[in-house]
Design a protein around this ligand. Structure first.
Ligand code: UD1
Length: 344
């Protein structure tokens, strides 16, 4: 029988790509999402790719009674992948309390309900933001966690601490914390991808919206950093590669491949790319120009960070495979698909 997995935030960007990969690996998926930053049509995209429409319920993980009921209605869920969270760094500075509630109470609710429901493990979406500006690059999982620069970043650190304390207290489940670098791109079918609400804050959706003419010009935040061309360096990882790592992490917990009850992995390519290099790579691989200008630094930006992914490569047997050039083409194809659908 197929093992059942609960995916919170499963209609979101990384969530939807992970649902597709879980289905391809033979898992049955139950999605919950409050649709605060996604919409139900994502389910059509998932179904087009996999041929399977996952169960979906509109539910906020803050609603503990609702969660408890869902777990009773879907007995036999073996694992959780917890994506549901607010993720806009700037917004979190403006309104910290909703960020703390959304990103922390939701995790508490899930962890509290897991033992009774007999759930064996939880994969948690964390971020390289926990490292701040690392002293040593590429950054390994042993690098110290630095004071967070935003409430959003702080919620990820607190989430990790909550999971650590809970696991070490001897609960009957395991956890794998995945620290993502910068996920970009879309499914090669262009049936699902990133769909930000309003003006995108992240680089790639702003870039593709500029390339297609929705935005006039992309602002490059700073060219006076200590990097090859002065713009910031990040480790851009293909979203499908990232999704696949979740499936491996889930397999690992459910089959008790490791005795460790808590594991942490960096998910990145190991390659640092500047903002200007990325724009250049996009123009080369798509043949489309991106009007851009250099502006001042964005407050709170890290100068440079990229992953040492060796731990994930060795222990999970997972490697990011797609090149940044091919990944940018998938992001562009998705932007064109959105236009076909009349979504601006
Ligand atoms: C940040 C967080 C990450 C979080 C993500 C969610 C860090 C290190 N990373 O990623 O944990 O999950 O937000 O939103 O805190 N840029 C421009 N012009 C733009 C937009 C971005 O030049 O219009 C530049 C930024 O300065 C940065 C790079 O592009 O150097 C990537 O920015 P972005 O996509 O926003 O991601 P991060 O800030 O790296």
């Amino acid at each position: 029988m197929k093992q059942k997995i609960l995916v919170t935030g499963g209609t979101g960007y990384i969530g939807s790509h992970t649902v597709v990969e879980l289905q391809a690996a033979g898992y049955e998926v139950v999605i919950i999402d409050n649709l605060s930053n996604s919409n139900v049509e994502v389910l059509d995209g998932i179904e087009k790719i996999s041929g399977i429409r996952p169960y979906f319920k509109e539910l906020d993980c803050n609603d503990k009674a609702g969660l408890s009921l869902l777990l009773k209605e879907h007995p036999g869920i073996k694992g959780i992948i917890h994506f549901a969270a607010s993720k806009a760094v700037g917004e979190s500075v403006q309104m910290p309390l909703p960020y703390y509630r959304n990103n922390i109470v939701t995790l508490l609710n899930l962890l509290e309900l897991m033992p009774e429901a007999g759930i064996k493990g939880i994969v948690f979406s964390s971020s390289c933001t926990v490292y701040g500006q690392p002293d040593v690059l590429p950054v390994t999982e042993d690098a110290p966690v630095k004071p967070a620069l935003s409430p959003y970043g702080n919620t990820k650190q607190i989430n990790e601490e909550i999971i650590r304390d809970t696991i070490y207290a001897g609960v009957p489940f395991k956890s794998i914390i995945l620290r993502y670098f910068n996920p970009i791109g879309a499914h090669p079918s262009a049936e699902i991808g990133e769909l930000p609400n309003g003006v995108p804050q992240n680089l790639i959706p702003f870039l593709t919206q500029t390339a297609i003419g929705i935005r006039k010009e992309l602002s490059v935040f700073g060219d006076d950093y200590d990097t090859v061309d002065g713009s910031c360096v990040r480790d851009y990882i293909n979203v499908v590669d990232l999704a696949k790592a979740h499936v491996i992490a889930m397999d690992r917990m459910l089959s008790d491949k490791s005795d460790d009850k808590l594991e942490v992995f960096n998910l990145g390519t190991g390659r640092g790319v500047t903002v200007l290099e990325l724009i250049n790579a996009f123009e080369k691989s798509t043949g489309v120009k991106v009007p851009h200008k250099i502006v001042g630094r964005r407050e709170g930006d890290i100068e440079k960070v990229w992953a040492n992914p060796e731990h994930a490569n060795k222990v999970l047997g997972w490697t990011a495979k797609e090149t940044v050039e091919d990944t940018l083409v998938t992001a562009w194809n998705w932007q064109k698909r959105l236009r076909e659908k009349g979504i601006q």
